[in-house]
Design a protein around this ligand. Structure first.
Ligand code: NDP
Ligand code: BG6
Length: 515
């Protein structure tokens, strides 16, 4: 089919042979939910499109609602139509759709898990071969634990253990809401699964540009020698969104920016950006380095005066010329809410490479625009051959990795303006993914679902990693719950955040880069 070939991404041409997965059944818990429709089903469809699903593939949705197989197939097809990055191709959908089923039951209902087991055994019988079961937990976190316990009790977790078809479990975020609950969840998981069966998701790790960070840092010899306290003035990690909380008010009230974004996505970016080179690309070597880095982060100074943290809530404002309501006017949000929609942190890493270099992290909803980037700001050159003046307009050198939406990297240099006298101005060198590789790159969930099927845990988070990250963030929440709204700043919807976050940098003689 010509249209399929034209749409195949160039990355497939060089895909190594070992990326094949054993015959697999993916079971999605919470299959009638938002994530399943927006991300998981489209990801599975696109893997089918690229011929990356195993020849013997089955998808089973699981949830409390009674949904006949056919109705679930229709829901899944509609989801592909609405959310897939590629248009629905009926021939391809046909194959995926024919492999799709649904089983109803409660997440704490032991009999329902026995039925699920029978269903999987039935699929194996029909196919005449063993299937790997990939259990994808895509429910609210309140039912993670009963699902895990039932996977253990029913024997589903231990199916085909020690073979290529052994069961695996993918666990969505949030992974706990503090250090204690994360530890507890890890204990429940390890009571049921071996660590090599467990895939804790942070979808930022599935983003092309986040994976590219390792390549940029360690496959190029020009950057790495500069990545240390001798040359780097500060590092700024921004994960900004222009959307508000929308219909997710009740989830967000329990979460806030630090639990929703900082503890996971932003800390992952920090650890990949700052970790030491791993001894190899195998998952454990990379995760060892990330954990080492997180353990070297100093506890945050929580003092209201000159502390390391700023939190804020968006107020009424304008985004792209449209009036938008403040956070406390959003639906399902308390009018006196203490939930932060923005957080900025000044992080110090106490190791030989980074001691004395501030890492600034910020994330917020309803900011000026949607942009995620890591910017490394270099120190000014020594001496005063060229000093900033009317004649020499100079910028600090910087290297920014643009995670999204305009994926790529940018280096800022100073250059001479052509002419008969020496005048300078900062210039930018850009690398853009879309220009070099085209724009139809796989979505994060495609890579992550494929990796979990194949058994590659590099882009998933290990248990000790989640705990190391919660260890840094939990004291912050404890402090905030002890002081109520005290210290809560506001910022206009559509702005770059509160003034207090600017002050956080001014104290060190820095300012936020405008991404
Ligand atoms: P939903 O709120 O849509 O819930 C998913 C399904 O779980 C529902 O369709 C429902 O299925 C079941 N469910 C809902 N509430 C409860 C409850 N209180 N008790 C038991 N079952 C319930 O969640 P999402 O799909 O949005 O998210 C799923 C997971 O993915 C969550 O952990 C979320 O944090 C994470 N996530 C979601 C993202 C998103 O954009 N949606 C982004 C990143 C992570 P049924 O009634 O049929 O059992
Ligand atoms: C999710 C958060 O993990 O990430 C959401 O729960 C947020 O609040 C989303 O909107 C952002 O992801 P992305 O891929 O759009 O940057």
């Amino acid at each position: 089919m010509a249209d399929i070939d034209q749409n195949r991404h160039p990355f497939l041409d060089g895909l190594s042979k070992h990326r094949g997965s054993p015959p697999t059944v993916i079971v999605i818990f919470g299959a009638s939910g938002d994530l399943t429709a927006r991300k998981l089903v489209p990801a599975i469809y696109n893997l089918g499109y690229d011929n990356l699903l195993p020849a013997d593939f089955r998808l089973v949705g699981f949830g409390r609602r009674e949904i006949p197989d056919d109705a679930f197939r229709t829901m899944a097809r509609d989801a592909v139509k609405e959310f897939s990055r590629r248009e629905l191709n009926e021939d391809i959908w046909d194959k995926v759709g024919r492999s799709t089923f649904y089983t109803a039951g409660g997440y704490d209902d032991a009999a329902a898990f026995d039925r699920l087991k029978k269903r999987i055994e039935g699929l194996e019988k029909d196919l005449g071969r063993k299937l790997q079961s990939l259990f994808y937990i895509s429910t609210p976190p309140s039912v993670f634990e009963p699902i895990l316990q039932n996977l253990g009790r029913s024997g589903l977790a231990a199916r085909h253990l020690g073979t290529r078809q052994m069961s695996k479990v993918v666990i969505e975020k949030p992974f706990g809401r503090d250090l204690e609950s994360a530890r507890r969840l890890n204990q429940v998981i390890s009571g049921v699964f071996r660590e090599d069966q467990v895939y804790r998701i942070d979808h930022y790790l599935g983003k092309e540009t986040v994976q590219d960070l390792l390549v940029q840092r360690f496959a190029n010899s020009i950057f790495e020698p500069l990545m240390n306290r001798r040359y780097v003035d500060c590092v700024q990690i921004t994960v900004a969104e222009d959307i508000g909380v929308g219909s997710r008010g009740s989830y967000y009230e329990q979460s806030g920016a630090t639990r929703d974004m900082i503890q996971n996505h932003t800390m992952q970016l920090l650890s990949l950006m700052a970790m030491e080179p791993p001894v190899s690309l195998d998952p454990e070597s990379i995760r060892d380095e990330k954990v080492k880095l997180l353990k070297a982060v100093e506890p945050l100074n929580l003092s209201p005066e000159h502390g390391d943290v700023v939190r804020a809530q968006y107020a009424d404002g304008l985004v792209s010329g449209q009036a938008v309501p403040g956070y406390t006017r959003e639906s399902s949000v308390e009018s006196e809410s203490n939930t932060e929609t923005y957080a900025a942190l000044r992080v110090s890493i106490n190791n030989w490479r980074w001691a004395g270099v501030p890492f600034y992290l910020r994330s917020g909803k309803r900011m000026a625009r949607r942009v995620s980037e890591i910017a490394i700001i270099f120190k000014r050159p020594p001496g005063s051959l060229f000093s900033d003046s009317e004649q020499f307009h100079l910028a600090q050198n910087s290297l920014a990795f643009q995670i999204q939406p305009d994926e790529g990297s940018t280096v800022v240099l100073n250059a001479k303006i052509p002419g008969l006298e020496t005048r300078t101005q900062p210039v930018r060198m850009h690398f853009r993914y879309s220009t070099t590789f085209g724009s139809n790159t796989p979505e994060a969930y495609e890579r992550l679902v494929l990796d979990a099927m194949v058994g590659d845990s590099t882009l998933f988070i290990r248990g000790d990693e989640t705990e190391a990250s919660w260890k840094l963030i939990t004291p912050l929440h404890e402090f905030w719950s002890s002081v109520g709204r005290r210290g809560m700043e506001t910022y206009a919807g559509g702005s770059w955040g509160p003034l207090a976050a600017e002050r956080l940098l001014w104290e060190n003689g820095h300012e936020w880069r405008r991404p």
